[in-house]
Design a protein around this ligand. Structure first.
Ligand code: MLC
Ligand code: AMP
Length: 520
């Protein structure tokens, strides 16, 4: 009987020479394919040896992970897949209130955190009923590896079906409460297998990995891509434009959010000669400005391939790597668009009344396919709201599809700011601001920013007689929330603009502050 555990498919793609290098780090370490296999087996055996009471929901145990980027963190991901556990990655910037919510909501059997954060993370985890808290640092120290060192390096992946849960990715909700998108082995595997072909992965490809590994982009799209192709990764612990440019002659594939491309374009070392060995530059997670797309082509001779995805769906659309027969031989990578629905993905654009719109008309983007998640963790009502009666997922993105099939995203119906590829939900931050002494109400809007694409700006209304300091409000927020969520500026105003229904007119605020960081 076959095993649909995603790890089994990844393992089957390892090259025959297990002693060749799989990952080379910017810290000078090299990991062979055998190392990946053995170390992930040891972690899987450790997880499977733990005393974990059976979950009343019948769902396999969750392992929540908030650690700095390291190859060992990838080994933990692979080990969790092998063990049949559900992997739950968390942004390293999250602070205690955010972590408290995630562990309380997901009830992980195992939590892995950095040694530095162990005192407060373990306290929150134990309070939430977690029995096992391990540490893992980016210098290969910590109790996880110490314990795993005593386990066998041979392991048979737990038997899993395509619909079995493999990962939960939290994406913040419009009401402020984060929702856990449940991704199955089948969701992840089908998307990875399709992308291997669509993006023309070749023998000898080498991927530069410079993204965080707690989101779809860095964890799934990049890592699955490389592993499924048996490709070496050049591992960057943190994105540094100079270091990535220096590695281009040794690599063939790079994946980044638009901010990474903008920062590399600021470096004189980025030239056609330096990029000559590269095969493919892929961008996604946030809109790529047409200027960035054009500048990149001029500077490097390469046309960036832009694609579009979400935590709930992994990859949905992509510009073509090679001429796409379905759309005519001429189909090219077109800047400002996110390309065609990927093979197997059905995409339609609907108006608010639920009518499908013809080519060229703007509406809500809805999708269906083997990559689309099963629903939000323990939120059946929320899940039902986000799916149509005929099974399409409402992405919350607004766009159009032209007569050729190219999809263009023009906006979002969800109140969301995408800053440097991270999602920031205004409702969450407004909630924190509104709870602060002296604050009557607040509104957070996104405005254009040359580096992050978009950043949050806070507009705060004081209670009568209260004296508020914008800097103090931002400092108070910083004490509570992940750094990237902190508005870059704060203004105290007399009132918020409202329409006749009393709804805050965020478009007017966006207009008021749109030239704060970029010239008008
Ligand atoms: C850091 N800061 C940010 C920020 N990143 N603020 C807004 N938006 C961001 N994205 C804060 C820092 O905390 C710091 O605050 C200040 O801004 C300057 O930081 P920096 O040193 O310039 O940031 P850096 O550490 O270099 O990080 C920037 C970055 C990083 C672009 C490298 O944000 C990043 O890796 N982004 C990629 C996100 C990603 O992988 N998204 C994929 C999601 S998956 P202070 O106060 O300390 O000065 C998805 C689906 C799909 O969306 O389709 O792929
Ligand atoms: P996340 O919830 O972090 O997975 O973010 C998903 C959101 O990122 C999508 O719903 C889009 O709004 C946005 N996104 C991803 N890729 C692109 C892209 N290429 N262009 C514009 N927006 C994008």
């Amino acid at each position: 009987m076959s095993n649909d555990n995603l790890f089994a498919a990844l393992r089957a793609a390892f090259p025959a020479d297990l002693d060749s290098v799989a990952v080379e780090t910017d810290g000078g370490l090299a990991y062979s394919w055998r190392d990946l296999d053995r170390a992930s087996a040891m972690i899987a055996n450790l997880l499977q040896s733990l005393d974990i009471p059976r979950d009343p929901t019948g769902v396999p145990p969750r392992v929540a992970v908030q650690v700095e980027k390291s190859v060992e963190a990838v080994l933990l991901y692979l080990g969790a897949l092998r063990a049949g556990f559900v992997f739950l990655p968390l942004n390293t910037a999250y602070q205690s209130a955010e972590i408290e919510y995630f562990v309380g909501n997901a009830k992980p059997a195992v939590v892995v955190c950095t040694g530095r954060n162990f005192p407060w993370v373990s306290q929150l985890a134990f309070q939430a009923g977690t029995r096992h808290v391990f540490t893992l640092n980016d210098d290969r120290s910590g109790s996880l590896l110490e314990r795993a060192a005593h386990c066998s390096d041979v392991q048979t992946p737990a038997r899993r079906g395509l619909d079995d849960l493999a990962a939960i990715l939290y994406t913040s909700g419009t009401t402020g409460r984060s929702k856990g998108a449940m991704l199955s082995h089948g969701n992840l595997l089908s998307n990875a297998v399709m992308l291997k072909d669509y993006w023309g992965w070749q023998p000898g490809d080498v991927l530069i990995h410079a993204l965080p590994i707690f989101h779809v982009h860095g964890l799934f799209v990049a890592i699955h891509g490389a592993l499924l192709n048996g490709s070496r990764m050049l591992w960057h612990g943190k994105f540094d434009p100079k270091a990535v440019i220096a590695d281009l002659p040794r690599a063939t594939v790079f994946m980044g959010v638009p901010t990474l491309y903008v920062r590399m374009l600021n470096e004189p070392a980025l030239t056609q000669v330096q990029a000559a060995h590269m095969r493919l530059f892929i961008s996604g997670s946030a809109p790529l400005l047409i200027e960035t797309f054009n500048d990149w082509k001029t500077r490097t001779g390469h046309t960036i391939l832009e694609r579009y995805g979400m935590s709930e769906t992994i990859m949905l659309t992509s510009n073509p790597y090679r001429p796409d027969a379905r759309y005519g031989d001429q189909a090219e990578r077109r800047g400002g668009t996110v390309g065609f629905p990927l093979p197997g993905v059905s995409l339609r654009v609907q108006d608010e009344a639920g009518q499908s719109l013809p080519a060229g008309e703007i509406g809500g983007i809805q999708v269906k396919g083997p990559n689309v998640f099963a629903g939000y963790w323990q939120m059946p009502e929320k899940t039902a709201e986000e799916f149509t009666a005929d099974g399409f997922f409402k992405t919350g993105d607004v766009g159009q599809q032209d007569a050729w099939g190219y999809v263009t995203i023009v906006g979002r119906s969800k109140d969301l700011i995408i800053s440097g590829g991270y999602n920031v939900y205004p409702a969450e931050i407004e909630g924190y601001l509104n709870d602060m002494p002296g604050v009557a109400e607040s509104a957070i809007v996104g405005v254009p920013h040359p580096d992050f694409g978009e950043v949050g700006v806070a507009v705060v209304i004081a209670k009568p007689g209260a004296g508020l300091s914008p800097d103090q409000l931002l400092a108070d927020l910083k004490a509570k929330l992940a750094n990237f969520k902190i508005p870059k500026r704060c203004f105290i105003e007399a009132e918020l603009p409202r329409n006749t229904m009393g709804k805050v007119q965020k478009n007017l605020l966006r207009d008021r502050y749109k030239t704060l960081f970029v010239p008008g």
